[in-house]
Design a protein around this ligand. Sequence first.
Ligand code: ZN
Length: 844
Amino acid sequence: MRIKFNRMKNFTLLLFLFLSIKAFTQDYHVKLDYFLPDNISYNLNIPTPASVIGHEIGDWHITHDKLVQYMYVLAESSDRISIENRGKTFEGRPLLLLYISAPKNQSNLEQIRKNHVFLTENGSENMDVTKMPIVVYQGFSIHGNEPSGSNASLAVAYYLAAAQGPEIKKLLDETVILFDPSYNPDGLQRFAYWANINKSKNINPDPNDREYDEIWPGGRTNHYWFDMNRDWLPVQLPESQARINTFHNWYPNILTDHHEMGTNSTFFFQPGIPSRTNPLTPSKNQELTGAIGNYHAKALNKIGSFYYSKESFDDFYYGKGSTFPDINGGIGILFEQASSRGHAQESDNGILTFPFTIRNQFTAALSTLDAAVGMRNELLNYQKSFYANARKEAENSGVIVFGDEKDATKVNQLAKILKRHKIEYYELKSNFSKNGKNYKKGYSYVIPKNQKQHRLINAMFQKQTTFQDSLFYDVSAWTFPLAFNLDYEENESSNKQGKKASENKNISIPTNSNYAYLMEWNDYNTPKILNKILEKGLRAKVGLKPFKLENKNYDYGTILIPVQNQKLNKQELSSFINQLSRENNVLINGVSTGLTEGIDLGSSNFKLIEPQKVALIVGSGITPYDAGEVWHLFDQRYDMLISKLDTRDFNRTDLSKYTDIILPNSWGNALSKKGAEKLKKWVENGGTLIGYKNAGKWLNNNDILKIEFKSKKDSTQNISFEQKSNYFGAQVIGGAIFETNIDRSHPIAFGYKNNTLPVFRNSTIFMKPDKNSYNNPINYTENPLLSGYISNKNLLELKNTSMFKIGNLGRGKVIYFTDNTNFRAFWYGTNKLLMNAIFFGNAM
Ligand SMILES: [Zn+2]
């Protein structure tokens, strides 16, 4: 059956181009056939998108709920489609996956999956791929305000369900499509709301219109304002967890990631800039990416659309969707379409309509499938050889041991990431010490490098400090044990390997006490416990010095909970403490005496900790990622209330009830002069203000905290016009890992057992150290580079500078970090710095 289309077919190429250009400039409202290829008939029993969502594709921005509705209707009406809900977003939206393939494959899907995964296993060397379907993962709009992808997914899914003829039959017979219509449901919904509420009946392409100027924080990110296209490797967010689970369940040969870029550009498909490919990616991967690109070029030529490749974007950081598959035997493809943002916008290429952007995405989605069919044997064989070669590389390799003898939680959190990536890990056979670090059973794990995910393990654990290129689209380092601040040894003998690691390790529960409970401050979960104790109205103190009691050493920052004179009686307190200890897997000791070797429990070196009431400045001007990371840390990790104060209302907000206010990095002027005066007054009255990154300049300019920055002197006398952008690009620190020395006796460093701490840095803010070394508890070392790219010039600037500063103002404190301690939710190692600032700011 055919749907009657109103456009005539079979024009000459010239006329066809003319029509395309016409469509480009005028068609605000189009019918479904605008997107679909010519000369194809469609099954009339398959509902069109408009018949379900109530409007043609592109008339309105699809909301996620309507997208879900259509996908379920399609799955219901087509025997080519089955559907799965894999979980939910932070806002409770379903994380759908459609399995699209021929009906005969649908009934045999699990067997197809098993055979496919076997290609990655030992023993598959002689396996014949010629009869096997290829697996393609197609995903859309991971940045919610780059909506043409998800809007195109409606047309793509319709086409795959309804198209008739030999071509689609071959495609469905030979392909299993894992179809993810919205990588970022919460962001898509947020953006659709904005674009739709601002749409006029007469579409207005004036870029100044409100429709094209989304309010803060925008729809790019997820609920906690994370860029989800950086989380494919750390897998900290629920959306990524569902997606990565599907990925490792199937090992797709191609994975696509449909994005948008600036309005004046055209269309980009990978390969990206060749010199910016991660060296762990086989060169064959880039060859195949180029060959797939030929299919996109051909399809875009046909509809008259302009495009480019190789001149921008890279394939370096494996935490991005289009790069992650490259270290897993597949090919990741990035698409970038010029964005209309709203429904149509003036651009260098004429008026860019929303339907036009959708059609390019649709076209690239179909050319991806064409490539999959055309290159099926080649891609399946590539996958097979990728894993066979990895197995060869892995032969005779030893094991990695990682651990922290005082923090089981962090160790377990890294183990969870390994598990999500199907990396096998084991318990430690027996305790050992090396390089001054103690590896203890229950606080360490062992990863044999000789396993299937050998290359992925390398990608997660290796440190890299030399590079072919000096420009990076994103971070240049993410070494996991450094981000987690764990002790680790990379080349140990496999006799350290114990039995397969079990899920949960319960630390022994505390004994009861008539006197006091003591909790060392090392475990990642201790701030959560302390906050629960304070919330309950209980008294707790922090020990400013180490001591020894009942044969146990207690380090700086040990928390003391007296039994006497508390809101809870002895038994109630005991059961409450026991419950906290159990739930959080943290040791809390009941003790029977206050007499110690060192400070006694009644000493004035135990300082009372007040309950904290924390606020976070958010809203226009503030960098949403940095603010969202703090919000997520408090809300999801520590179950602590945090009040989000919007910059818009800041001058009218009563600050007196807050003990701490956090001012994240900003993009512009977040707070006015009046706001500065107000914050200053609040600090003078006893508040603790905590600023990050460029907030330091603002604190300095407003006389809230005196900070000396190093001024950068650039010599650009021998730089040509063409070299200019590369020269300045090379001076950017896109994100690398550096070593600091920490003064463990300073309350900002409580809970850290080592004298050095790896920190993440993606700025060129260099703070001069104070002349009194006791005021510099966190300083970059003499040779600070641990992993990642930094120019030699910047490295010289960075060494021996300070990362932290604290000052007094009236009765309050001002604390400043040059660097982000909460980066992307996987920098577990530095989260405690912020918690120390919150709980112990008064003791500094
Ligand atoms: Zn994007």
